[in-house]
Design a protein. Structure first.
Length: 192
């Protein structure tokens, strides 16, 4: 009888250990598979989320403020091949490389300014392509702190022009093809 009681205690102890082990493993596994879904308007990654893909895991973040209080020149005249309408990161790198190749002072240009920004520990900022800038325009009240005026994209349009959007609250979007040498407001973005 004593042996039977001891065996049942051992069995209960083993069952309790297995149960605790299973619960602990479930908790660890579930924590690894939980995913955060981001949303437009969320403060995240050093700025404000203004686009989220269908997975809820990736999208675009706008910096909370323009890079300077003053307007900034888009870049130097010449063909940089920054013609993507959707990939501002690629355009920004092409513009920065062109500036380095031409041995001009890149710090005074929009794309180079975004490329050198570090904010809230993040340094992957870039000048948005025209489609990304349009998404920003559509969400300007959510992002906040835009001024009335022309914001440049990183999308080049020929040798002497760049695509830009005139920001004005509650007005339909207007694309402009302005001169490269013209000064613009600049808002940097980053991917997540």
């Amino acid at each position: 009888e004593t042996i039977l009681v001891q065996n049942s205690k051992v069995t209960m102890k083993n069952l309790l250990c297995v149960f605790i082990f299973l619960i602990a493993n479930y908790y660890v596994y579930s924590q690894d598979t939980i995913s955060t879904h981001h949303f437009v308007g969320e403060e995240y990654g050093g700025g404000i989320v203004f686009y989220v893909d269908n997975s809820g895991q990736h999208g675009l973040i706008a910096h909370k403020r323009d890079i300077t209080l003053d307007k900034v020149a888009w870049g130097t005249n010449g063909i940089t091949n920054a013609t993507s309408t959707t990939d501002g990161l690629e355009n920004t790198q092409l513009i920065v490389n062109y500036s380095i190749q031409k041995n001009v002072n890149p710090t005074k240009y929009a794309a180079c300014g975004c490329d050198s920004v570090t904010s809230a520990g993040y340094s992957e900022w870039y000048l948005p392509a025209i489609d990304e800038l349009q998404m920003m325009y559509n969400n300007q009240t959510i992002i906040g702190n835009f001024r009335i005026g022309d914001y440049c994209s990183s999308t080049e349009y020929g040798k002497y022009n760049v695509c830009s959007i005139h920001f004005r609250p509650h007005k339909s979007i207007q694309f402009f093809y302005n001169k490269v040498a013209k000064d613009y407001y600049v808002r940097c973005i980053r991917k997540f």
